[in-house]
Design a protein around this ligand. Structure first.
Ligand code: PEP
Ligand code: MN
Length: 337
């Protein structure tokens, strides 16, 4: 339920309403907009006497949550959400550039790529240690050893770390090494996992599911937020369509649509979105032109021998050139790298 307080209610009274709501056993999320406090009460069916709440002196109105997602909606929270990670504030006028290998393969690989992407202007290193592979016989990632290597490589070059967590039981472990927890496309509707990262204090990079509508994606974000973690970064990474030329169809429509519906930052992954190295840069440029808050891109110094996704990985020199182009496009759309 949405509890809208009267205009200019004193802080003490607003806190009092929130406390009294919590006493019913519901979680309370608050936003302040144009002098009004709005409280979103999430209760998983906890009984609350809403008729009584309506009569509380500071309460203006009590409404049913009409939208399938509320906490993530612009209507509830009109200002953009800003998420600070390392040297960058995601969602601000500064674009976030996340780059690195698909999988962490070893010390030399991770340090070489970290150095290259940092030099080019990335602020976050990407890299998987727990890999969701379509084939059980493909490389599954180095696990905790991979996380340890990536943390050291990132630290050596002043980068933050984003890495995928595949299972609710892994959240604590991955959060010890990574600054951002990535939820992969295949797990976008793994609600137990979404709830678990919802209890973490780490920002969550939520990839769009392979066949998820925008609304389903925003509802997945809502699962995370409803557990108390409002630091969700959405990531468009291409969806399944009838088109087979590219690995996926990168849905750039989603960027302006999500920007209208939600206050959450949204970035684009043109690597998985296209699956083809020479299609990554044009789609990365288009992503920034249409309003994305940043990019996550696979880069490998020796993609022919990469253990996963070599065909879509940029060479470091290509990434460097792309960042230069992104700087120019950013300026046109009022952003910066
Ligand atoms: C990845 O980032 O390497 C990955 C597996 O992405 P997705 O979940 O989008 O397929
Ligand atoms: Mn990959």
């Amino acid at each position: 339920m949405l509890v809208v307080l009267k205009p200019q209610v004193p802080e003490r009274e607003a806190n009092d309403v929130a406390t009294r709501l919590r006493m019913f056993g519901v979680a309370v999320h608050r936003t302040d907009h144009e002098g009004r406090v709005r409280l979103c009460a999430v209760g998983d069916g906890v009984p609350v006497d809403w008729d009584a709440v309506r009569t509380w002196p500071s309460v203006d109105k009590v409404e049913k949550i009409g939208r399938p997602f509320e906490l993530g909606s612009r209507a509830f929270h009109p200002q953009p959400t800003l998420i600070s990670v390392g040297r960058v504030t995601i969602g601000s006028d500064q674009l976030v550039l996340m780059a690195g290998p698909c999988s962490i393969e070893g010390e030399e690989q991770a340090f070489t790529i970290a150095a290259a992407v940092a030099r080019a202007g990335a602020t976050v290193m990407r890299g998987g240690a727990y890999k969701p592979r379509t084939s059980p016989y493909a490389f599954q990632g180095l696990g905790e050893e991979g996380l340890r290597i990536m943390r050291r490589a990132a630290d050596a070059h002043g980068l933050a770390v984003v890495s995928e967590v595949m299972d609710s039981q892994q959240v604590g472990l991955v959060a010890r090494y990574a600054d951002i927890l990535q939820i992969g496309a295949r797990n976008m509707q793994n609600y137990a996992l979404l709830r678990e990262v919802g209890h973490s204090d780490r920002p969550v990079l939520l990839k769009r599911g392979l066949a998820a509508t925008i609304e389903e994606w925003l509802m997945a974000a809502e699962h995370v937020m409803s557990q108390g973690n409002s630091q969700v970064i959405l990531c468009e990474r291409g969806i399944r369509t009838f088109e087979t030329y590219t690995r996926n169809t990168l849905d750039l429509n989603a960027i302006p649509v999500v920007k209208e519906l939600s206050h959450l930052p949204v970035i684009v992954d043109p690597s998985h979105g296209t699956g083809i190295r020479d299609k990554v840069a044009p789609m990365a440029r288009a992503s920034i032109a249409c309003g994305a808050d940043g990019l996550i891109i696979e880069v490998h110094h020796d993609p022919d021998h990469a253990l996963s996704d070599g065909a879509q990985s940029l060479y470091p020199a290509q990434f460097d050139e792309l960042v230069k182009q992104i700087r120019t496009i950013a300026e046109v759309v009022g952003r910066r790298v």
